[in-house]
Design a protein around this ligand. Structure first.
Ligand code: PFF
Length: 466
């Protein structure tokens, strides 16, 4: 007898889980820095255009492919088209695997900081750079040691993911997101009120709504598009997996609009928290992106802010929920594929997948502080960090695999499966898809051209990562 396929238990369960996948480190960690660099208000506007005209149609495409095929990433392309299209799914699976390797470790660092602010905020303030490197096994006297604190927290982070995934779609992922996402919104609101009421935050707020077109460049446009795809979890075929658990009664178009709105709202709110808070405390020029900013510079913000230690805990808890629910979706995409494609048991597969991603991710954590990988990825010329390995992973996923998978997906739907089939999938159960014609044009012509341009530019600019 064929096993019944898992399904979301409720409409809100799916929406929160999909929003949970989308809202992640990309929204809270990457977006504010990108928005600042892109000129505040103009970047926000550009970002909104990208989400509406490219991100949302892509999400709708992935969800309808998933629901129509009722199967995993690789199987979906095979089933709706031909086996020669399964490479798109394979890129999704491999990309999701690579992202999770480092995403889970950064998640572990975030968890360490949530504990750190709760128990020893003073130590973080006293030497924020030293605290960060200490966690990674690099000490002030120049010696290095195994970064067991970071590794331990990454293991804990991965273990939470594994437990949730083993419990399954409805009682694991859906239930976790039903608690995690409302908590995330609450934490976000607390931080927003704190940030905009800080003395000196006004110039930051003004910057975020100013339209300084002088900062606009082709690079900014590309950054906005790349950020939109990453943030919406597009191009890893994760939404195909989540769509495959959707009942036929659900309105995909409305769900897409809701998930995109939530994700964009969180990114913009994060921008309105981080940018004004940094303006008010450290000064404008300190705004940045990446680990150094999220872990080191922000310590200065919390140190100077009234009630800063409390808000530090709130901030890292927020980041932790965001990272957990996104990481979960990546793991689910891989586990769903392996269990269905190779008829493997869910529990063993989840443990093997999470275990191997954790182990490979250890290279990421270890490469930061040079122990025990000294000389392999350690960049002596640049000091203690090791951009080579981390950048290579990010470059491979964000700049190559996501666009290639997204391109494969929209060419497949635009020219092989045909937009009409996706529209028919949306219009099940008497749903009317008013924007069907616009959607067809976007997915057939606009999206492939835009993604191809991104890819070409990425190859042309090489590894100039931010
Ligand atoms: N959307 C997530 C973020 O903004 O952090 C990251 C992500 C999750 C990317 C799942 C891709 C994915 F399939």
């Amino acid at each position: 007898m064929e096993k019944k396929r898992a399904q979301w238990g409720s409409k809100i369960g799916f929406i929160l889980a999909a929003a949970g996948s989308a809202v992640g480190l990309g929204n809270i960690w990457k977006f504010p820095g990108r928005a600042y660099e892109g000129g505040g208000g103009c970047f926000l506007l550009l970002y909104l255009i990208m989400v509406v005209f490219l991100g949302a149609p892509m999400m709708l495409t992935e969800l309808s492919v998933g629901r129509a095929s009722q199967t995993n990433i690789v199987g979906a392309f095979r089933q709706l088209g031909h086996r020669r299209w399964s490479w798109v799914g394979w890129i999704g699976v491999i990309g999701a695997f690579v992202i999770t390797c480092y995403y889970s470790h950064v998640g572990g660092w975030v968890m360490r900081y949530a504990f750190g602010y709760a128990t020893e905020g003073e130590r973080i303030y006293a030497d924020s750079l030293g605290y960060f490197y200490n966690m990674l096994g690099c000490h002030a006297d120049g010696t290095t040691s195994f970064p067991w604190v970071a590794i331990l927290f990454a293991a804990l982070f991965m273990a939470i993911n594994a437990v949730v995934i083993i419990r399954g779609v409805e009682s694991g992922i859906e239930r976790f997101n039903k608690i995690g996402m409302p908590a995330l919104f609450l934490l976000l609101l607390v931080l927003l009120v704190r940030a905009v009421t800080l003395e000196g935050s006004r110039p930051g707020i003004m910057y975020m709504i100013s339209l300084d077109w002088g900062k606009l460049s082709f690079d900014t446009v590309l950054a906005a598009l790349g950020q939109a795809f990453y943030s919406l979890s597009i191009g890893m075929a994760i939404m195909i997996t989540y769509g495959s658990y959707l009942p036929r009664t659900e309105n995909i178009a409305r769900n897409t609009a809701l998930v995109c709105t939530m994700d964009t709202l969180v990114a913009i709110l994060a921008g309105f928290i981080v940018v004004p808070a940094v303006f008010a405390t450290l000064g404008e020029q300190q705004i940045g992106k990446g680990g150094g900013f999220a872990f080191v510079s922000l310590a200065g913000v919390f140190r100077q802010m009234p009630g800063g230690t409390f808000f530090g805990v709130v901030f890292y808890l927020l980041l932790l929920f965001a990272a957990l629910t996104s990481c979960m979706s990546l793991v689910e995409g891989i586990v769903a594929f392996l269990t269905e494609h190779f008829s493997l048991p869910r529990k063993g597969t989840t443990l093997a997948v999470c275990g191997s991603m954790f182990l490979i991710g250890c290279l990421y954590t270890c490469s930061q502080a040079a122990f025990p990988l000294k000389g392999i990825w350690f960049d002596a010329a640049n000091g203690t960090t090791s951009p080579a390995f981390c950048d290579a992973m990010e470059f491979l996923t964000d700049r190559i695999m996501i666009p290639v998978c997204a391109l494969g997906c929209c060419v497949f739907v635009g020219w092989v499966w045909k937009p009409g089939s996706a529209i028919a999938e949306v219009e099940q159960n008497g749903v009317r898809f008013g924007l069907a014609r616009v959607y067809a044009v976007l997915i057939k012509y606009v999206a492939p051209v835009a993604i191809l341009t991104i890819l070409a530019m990425n190859f042309a600019t090489g590894m100039t990562l931010s």
